[in-house]
Design a protein around this ligand. Sequence first.
Ligand SMILES: NC(=O)c1ccc[n+]([C@@H]2O[C@H](COP(=O)([O-])OP(=O)(O)OC[C@H]3O[C@@H](n4cnc5c(N)ncnc54)[C@H](OP(=O)(O)O)[C@@H]3O)[C@@H](O)[C@H]2O)c1
Length: 283
Amino acid sequence: MILVTGATGTVGRLVTAGLAAAGRPVRAFTRDAARAGLGPGVEVAEGDLDRPESVRAALDGVDALFALTAGPDAPRHEALLAAELRRRPVRRVVKLSSVAADRPAAGSYGLAHATAERDFARTGAEWTALRAAGFMSNVLQWRGSVLAERAVHQTYGGVPRAVVDPADVAAAAVVCLTTAGHGGRVYRLTGPQALTAPQQAERLSALLGHPLRYVEAPRRAAFEAMTGGGLPPAFADGLLDALADPDPARGGTPLPTVQDLTGRPPGTFDAWLARHRAAFTAR
Ligand SMILES: NC(=O)c1ccc[n+]([C@@H]2O[C@H](COP(=O)([O-])OP(=O)(O)OC[C@H]3O[C@@H](n4cnc5c(N)ncnc54)[C@H](OP(=O)(O)O)[C@@H]3O)[C@@H](O)[C@H]2O)c1
């Protein structure tokens, strides 16, 4: 049995579906089973990474774990998962991490991922870290301003990023969870092209068939939007520090890893946009 945490989110949902499609027994961890909507072939385990007893129950009979946590509580949640893994014979763990974890870790966000990777490495399980570059799906954050004012607001938009399709991250995860030879490996996953935010906005504009105004938003504005939306200030700062990182070695240079792992070329940004066009047109 393979347990997937974060199973209802962007990447976890695709990992869960990929494992089910491959005929692997898969258990999805979610706080709300009634809303999970994960389809046939998926066992659902309702629980919360804040409730250790629910994590222990979900890990019963599990031999591999896809560890995906998100948000400011991720360090505590991953520490709990790693501690539980040390107590049981889970054979394999694949952790969704970030290129921000590359040394020296980019801010508190990168450091949190690096610390969790180290904790999983010490569990005794065969472990793999998937350090993903920025997700193509992050541009869904532009939806509101695209619909309301035909504008795109981005902070640190001038840094080129080899953004990756979450579907490729999920496909790489399925390979690492289901085949041997990935123990102790750290894979950096990128898309095929490095694009700045204005270049991404141009491509979206071409797809929609109307101009989009690009606005480089100051860090302060992004910080206030994040904390106004409920994020703790230290976490918002950590995310912005990672975003500000200009090092092309950290997600700014296309790598062959997705192709090497999955056997097919990584999806392009244009292809991702075409699949998600409706998000930028439907009200
Ligand atoms: N966005 C990027 O550019 C990027 C790049 C590299 C790496 N990453 C990493 O990717 C991860 C986020 O992946 P994602 O975007 O796929 O996640 P996501 O869409 O934000 O989904 C988060 C998931 O976490 C679950 N969750 C939240 N709190 C929980 C709790 N207390 N107990 C149990 N489950 C909980 C939610 O499930 P329920 O609501 O069903 O419980 C949901 O499925 C993070 O580690 C992030 O650092 C992101």
